[in-house]
Design a protein around this ligand. Sequence first.
Ligand code: ADP
Length: 497
Amino acid sequence: MKKRILIANRSEIAIRIIRSAHRLGMLAVVLQSDKEPDALYLKYADEIIPAKDAQNEKPIFLNAERIVEIALEHQIDMIHPGYGFMSENPDFAALCEENGINFIGPSPELIRNMGIKTIAKKMAIEAGLPLVPGSDGAVKDAAKAAEYAASIGYPVLLKASAGGGGRGMRIVEKAETMERLFKSAYDEAISAFGNGDLFIEKYLTNPKHLEFQILGDKHGNVIHLGERECSLQRKHQKLMEEAPSASLSPEMRKEMGDMAVKFAKQIGYFSAGTIEYILDESGTFYFMEMNTRIQVEHPVTEMITGVDLVDWQIKVAMGEKLSLTQDDIKMNGWAIEIRVNTEDPQNRFSPQTGFIEKIHFPTSKDIRIETGVTHGSIVTPYFDSMIAKIIVHGKDRPDVIAKTLKALNEFSLIGLKTTAPFCRAVLQHEEFVTAKYTTRWVDTYFTPEMLESEDEELVGALAATIIYATDYLQIASEIPTSRNESLNLWVLNKRIN
Ligand code: ADP
């Protein structure tokens, strides 16, 4: 009997996991949300379970009890949570365990400890990792926060202990704004995580974000697969990634990688995980946090190491021993990942929803495409705006930059604006080309005018969009009426623009 794996996720990562499940001889079962009943990933699955979540505010992927109920009804052996949604929810992992379903990820206890940043930092200190100067745990209120900030000096960063995705985070430049920013960080943390605990870190003004990929098994073996640089961010969210990082010497890579492995071993970590570091302008590195799941940007690591991380997540969950040692991990060339988000970079990255009339991806042996959409897909407001990833491999950094630019020139999407033109501008910017870019790049260098020449192409695309409008309406009439309204409105908006 083939093992049945339920993917509690959607879009490109669901398809990515299905690929691994099939490679390992398993059946892939997916959940169909009423919020996107025609999604592309459904076509790849062996079995589709309608989740009937139309009446619920939350999509099925956030409903832990219901997912486990469905898994039990459908004789599921294992659940892969992907990223986001339930992937770092210790209660969900525990619920799976209690019901005899193999959760593909680390233990609930590990997820819980690493999910609370203040606990993770305490455990990191015990393993000898360097930390950014900061408060010892959460601070009680704005007054205490101001007192502490005065002792380490402004600017400081308020961070939510239970935070993720850059939420519940505020930079405080001076004492006068502490009270207001403390309240807004607290409110955001409460609404996003149900936990308003905030702690303080010294704010590094121009840092780089580097992270090490960890892989461990249930037998105490842990290795790392090198680093990724994810400094290209907006509002603390990653937009493009590369591996390796040009900012590390082989000695630093070894030091940071060894420390990451030591930490993971000390906490008894298994499955795929990521140790995030921040690097200041002097080249000093500090531990930031650990993510206990597969990352969006994992393909850049896979491309340069040849190791399939999702295959290993599944094998480790089944108790298999890592057959790879640290010496087996060799870095080959360089990889860049472009996140294609349906956001308008010329309009403060405002989310775009609507209909994808046509989408064309570049193809070559050096290009890997991970997408959750195709011609005719509808991007709804219910989910994240990342619709695809374009991952490119080159023999070295200049080679991969040139190939990624070429790939982006060949990519086209008619219907919605995306972050692809933005990424094209980054790839040509001197700070990126010389690898000096930091997490401040967008705030320091990006202006919508940078994309003006790109816009001419968009105008061309828009003309094509209007020509296709009749087709849209015809297709729209075939789509269930509840969505017609927004679709027509969207076509209308496009015409007015
Ligand atoms: P989240 O879990 O919400 O993603 P992280 O702790 O991973 O939060 O931080 C997200 C981003 O915020 C980092 O990649 C980095 O750009 C920025 N950041 C975090 N800590 C600091 C700091 N002390 N100084 C400057 N920037 C920071």
